[in-house]
Design a protein around this ligand. Structure first.
Ligand SMILES: *Cc1c(COP(=O)(O)O)cnc(C)c1O
Length: 460
């Protein structure tokens, strides 16, 4: 059997690390819709975005045409400290499931931040440094993005201010301390340090915060501090571009052995890991060269693709950010009781939203107890303790493999294992103690949120 020649781990050499990021927008017939100015409804161009974002990152954000964008040597050198990331053939899992399916996963948890977010953090910090800026601001919910950005800023000697959702700040002191090891200043949000923070605190005393609030505070801090810009860890086109390093490596590794995946699966919060993983494969599909099934997996508690509206919406709760056209649950929607912090976002990448709308991608939602069942099964068989976010992809990969067992089909499945779950033991504890719940929002709840979507000229 040819498959026996494939090792458990397919490593690439340093030299095989991609030299360019792949911009899937170049191959999309319908491009993602532009960001709009919330005040005027006009598309936001380079000059409009300059007060908030770094110059080169705006160019990447707006570039729908350049297919290959060179990875600067300094970024590629940083990547070499933890990349190329291994592509693992899950032989043990296949055997235990008794499936004829062949399962591969791309493991991105092999760095201190514990997730794929470092791939974009180093790129964003690099362009800020190159522009001569003093520092960057950002928000973090569960803490993976804040940690990744702190690491990147420490490496480049940039100042890093992180607004951390207050409830996480208090419940995840270890994440906070990791950021401080890397020199970041971490402020629980909402805080007294910004106007929007003071306003929110006055209106909602004792609030434990939300990602939307923290974004509003980080944007204000960036625009009011000379020499600072705001950076974001997901959703934006530029972040998907940087994350294409995941898919490019995976494709190079599979091509070495002549392996063609049939199904590619990833969890979807803001869409950056999934977008990055599928990009080069999606390019082939868009160009009509090869067909693949792409599956986005989201939590049933925050189902933006499967139950959301494709409409212009705010990226933050404070409504200070531009409007993006995306699948959204409404920027006022606050997802409850879900332990995959990285998947608790009301919207979705405009690139993935457009691809999904045009029928190039599927989406499913899964309940969290089934996700943790899959996480634990995976940990016990493959050894890695997965992040709750990543475990959404594991769940659906296992479901597809079991389907192959029923039908006898020898499908090849590739999924993204985005990170490790060491800081998520409270969630695992709830699961073990039988205290985990499966919250699913009602149609009424979603309708109420959709009713508050912003009115944009030309939109129904
Ligand atoms: C942030 C995060 C995600 C979700 O973010 P995307 O932008 O959708 O990729 C998934 N897994 C892990 C481990 C994360 O930290």
């Amino acid at each position: 059997m040819a498959a026996e020649k494939i090792p458990y781990k397919i490593y690439l050499s340093e030299d095989e690390l991609p030299r360019t990021w792949y911009n899937v927008r170049a191959d999309m017939k319908t491009k993602p819709a532009p960001l709009l100015n919330p005040a005027t409804g006009a598309p936001m161009g380079y000059d409009d975005l300059r007060p908030v974002f770094c110059d080169e990152l705006i160019r990447q954000e707006l570039d729908n045409d350049t297919r290959e964008i060179p990875i600067p040597t300094e970024i590629r050198d940083f990547y070499k400290m933890y990349r190329p990331a291994p592509l693992v053939r899950a032989y043990c899992l296949e055997e235990r499931l008794g499936t004829p399916a062949k399962i591969y996963y791309k493991f991105e948890g092999n760095n201190t931040s514990g997730s794929h977010k470092l791939n974009s953090a180093i790129a964003q910090a690099y362009y800020a440094k190159q522009q001569g800026l003093k520092g960057v601001t950002t928000e973090t919910g569960a803490g993976q993005w804040g940690t990744a950005l702190s690491m990147a800023c420490a490496y480049l000697g940039l100042d890093c201010k992180v607004y951390m959702v207050k409830v996480s700040y208090e419940q995840k002191p270890f994440r906070r301390e990791v950021m401080r090891v890397y020199g970041a200043s971490v402020t629980p949000s909402p805080s007294e340090t910004t106007e929007v923070g003071r306003k929110i605190l006055a209106e909602h005393p004792g609030t434990t915060g939300s990602l939307g609030c923290a974004i509003s505070e980080a944007v204000e801090a960036a625009t009011k501090t000379p020499g600072y810009r705001y950076v974001l860890g997901s959703v934006l086109n530029q972040v998907l571009l940087h994350q294409s390093v995941i898919g490019c490596e995976a494709k190079t590794a599979l091509d070495k052995y002549g392996v063609k995946p049939d199904i590619i699966i990833g969890c979807a919060g803001g869409g950056s890991n999934l977008g990055g993983l599928i990009s080069p494969f999606m390019g082939e599909k868009l160009r009509g060269e090869r067909d693949y099934r792409f599956i986005a997996v989201e939590p049933a508690s925050c189902p933006s693709l499967t139950r959301g509206r494709f409409a212009y919406d705010f990226c933050d709760t404070g409504a200070v950010c531009p409007l993006a056209k995306m699948y959204t649950l409404g920027s006022n929607f606050i997802p409850s009781a879900n332990h995959a912090g990285g998947l608790r976002y009301h919207g979705m990448s405009p690139v993935l939203s457009q691809l999904y709308h045009d029928g190039y991608m599927e989406a499913v939602s899964v309940e969290q107890t089934r996700v943790f069942e899959a996480a634990e099964q995976f940990a016990r068989i493959e050894g890695i303790l997965p992040a709750p976010e990543s475990s959404h992809a594991i769940r659906v990969a296992i479901d597809e493999a079991l389907r192959c067992k029923e039908t006898g089909e020898e499908k090849t499945i590739l999924f993204g294992l985005t990170g490790t779950g060491y800081f998520d033991m409270v969630a695992y504890e709830k699961f073990h103690d039988g205290k985990m719940t499966d919250y699913i929002p009602s149609d009424e709840e979603l309708q109420a949120s959709f009713a508050r979507l912003p009115k944009v000229p030309g939109q129904a």
